[in-house]
Structures are given as C-alpha cells and as structure tokens.
Ligand binder design. Sequence first.
Ligand SMILES: [Zn+2]
Length: 332
Amino acid sequence: MGSLEVLTLELSALFGKKLWHLEVPNKVKILLWRASLNILPTALNLVQRKVLVSAYCSGCRTATEDVIHAFWGCKRSIRFWALTSFNIDSAVRQGSFADFLEVMFLTLSDGDLERFVCCCWRVWKLRNEVFYGKTIDGLPEMIEWTMEFLEQFKIHNTRTEPARVPRFIRWIKPPSSSLLLNCDGVTRQAGCNRGVGGVLRDSAGNFIWGFADQGPAGLDVLATECAALHMGLLKAAELGVSDFLVASNTQEVVVLLKGSGELWSNLGNIMDDIRRLLAELCVNDVIFQPRSGNRVAHSLAQFGLREQHHSFWAGLALDWLVSLLVIDMEGG
Ligand SMILES: [Zn+2]
C-alpha cells in the first residue's frame, strides 16, 4: 500500500463521521480533505511536481510554503487567526495538518467546528489571492464575510421544500445532516459491456462526489446493480465516508441485502462483500428508490457504459449532471 493510501485509511477513521457530516459547503469539506492528504498546490508541492522552481512562500518570502505554513505559519494567516476565537499555538507547526485537525475535531463543538473549517477555507482563499496578486480585503471584514458565508449557507440549506405536487416520483432526500449514496448499473442488450455509476449527496441534494466506470463484463441486470453498489461502497471506504444511507432502484437488491440470500455471479457471491462493507461503513439503511428518483446515478452508469473507464468527480459535478441534480433538489 502506498503512503497516500495508508494516510487515507487513517484519515477515514477521523473524518468518516465528522468532516463529511458538517453543515458547511462541500467545497470547504473538500479543501480540508485535500489539505489533510497534503495534496493542495502549496509552493512546496508545486516544486515537487516541477511546476515551480522556488518553494518560498509568495506571501512572506521568509519560509518554505508547506500546508502548515499556508494555514498557520504565514504572517497573514497568523493575523487572521489572532482575530478569531480559535487558539492556534505554535506547537501546531510541529505536526501535520491532519494531526492538528484531529485535535480540533476532538475538542470543538459542532458549531465551532463549522466556523473553524470555514475560516480554514477562507485562509486558503486569502493565500490564493496573495499568490495571484489579487486585491485583499481587510482581515476583520474577511472574518465577518466568512461568518456571513456560513450563515447564508445554513439558511439556504434548511430552506423548506416548495409545496407542489411533483410530476415524477422524485429523489428522496435523506434526513437532515445525513448523506445518501445512489448507485445504478446499466447493461446493453447487445454485447457484454456494462456500466456502473453512483453519487453521494447531502440532505439538501448537494453533489459531494460521483463516479462512473465500466462494470464487470457479462453480468446480468441484477448482478450489475450489485456491482454498482459494491463500487459505490468501495469508493466511500476509500474516501473515508461512513454513517450514510444507500439507495437502489432495484427492489430485489434491497430485499437481498436485508435478508441473508446469496447472489452468485461470475464475481462469486458479491452479497457477502457488500454486507461486510455496509457493516464496516455503518450504513444506516438501504432504501428502495424508484428509477425516476435515481436519474443522476443512472446517467453516471450510462456514462460508464459509454466511456468504459473509471471517472471520478468531487465537489463540482459535470455540466450535464447539474440539470438532473437541480431537478432532484427542487423535488421532481
Ligand atoms: Zn508565508
């Protein structure tokens, strides 16, 4: 296993329950996730990727810009944090970003944690503004803006649904603060190619990530559905997501998963592995969702069938998915 994979597994335990469930915009969660994996484009990382020749911080020009420096060590970051109630002491600079975040996750209340991660996101945005030579707001205004940004997100996120009768049986939103993974598999009448796809969304219908891939060749319809679910669960495990809901548009899959039945295919008995993942990832329930409520996952599976390779998107969905996501958000 590579070091990134080991780190991913360690972070999974920490973030699985906390980070992905915070009520903050997904771009904030993804930034923190990338910072913890040390894959942000800091000067040091860009030098290692041979994009830059100097690892010096463009903000202060006195130190190497690694993740720790960008978030806590640079003079502007230090001044930013000094104006907040979060105590970022110098001991932080000894450990990794993930180590520090772990302490914050264990000690802060959910509300403080949400404000804290939004501040981290704003500090990185500030770093980019400096890096690209943009105009910089005053720090007090910047902090005020960050709190307002979080407030507005929360207002929008808890907006009540419009009272109108949906035209379709719609996508079922998961309960507040839970996440829902929709998966789907598609088969082509002629030929043995299969496609699988899946999407993870929050309770407001915001896209967190999605994948598309080819499915194992020659599976029947039911086994393809299971292969899609299997891949979705593996993706969740890889990304450290746990404690969520899963939806399938095949009643038989739901029944199989809730019972002890076996499904033998050319993959062997994939049910056992799916059940093991469901338990390990603390999946709260597997629900049935009619096909018309599973359009996003269906489109991703068709993409996988067409392209026959692995694709993954986090935070931002592709243009062709956005219209489907919006239909689900608005309720059919
Ligand atoms: Zn600096």
